[in-house]
Design a protein around this ligand. Structure first.
Ligand SMILES: [Zn+2]
Length: 72
């Protein structure tokens, strides 16, 4: 399992989109625009698609530092 991450266009930091998945599921995702994600780096909202995203697995070493997506 890993966290889907995108790069913030304002700060160039990798930020989590709030979705954890495994590599096979990630690769099977359609390349469509996803719901906007609130960015913990710049405070804005970013839309993203699979081509912008990476699957970050090393972050599992410090899961408490991954912001959890709040329920709507
Ligand atoms: Zn941002």
């Amino acid at each position: 399992m890993g966290a889907i991450m995108i790069r913030c266009p304002a700060t160039n930091e990798l930020i989590p989109v709030g979705i954890d998945t495994d590599k096979d599921t990630f690769q099977a995702l359609p390349d469509v625009e996803a719901s906007p994600v609130r960015c913990p780096a710049c405070g804005g909202q970013h839309t993203w698609s699979k081509r912008d995203a990476v699957l970050e697995t090393t972050m599992r070493l410090s899961p408490r530092q991954i912001p959890v997506r709040e329920a709507d």
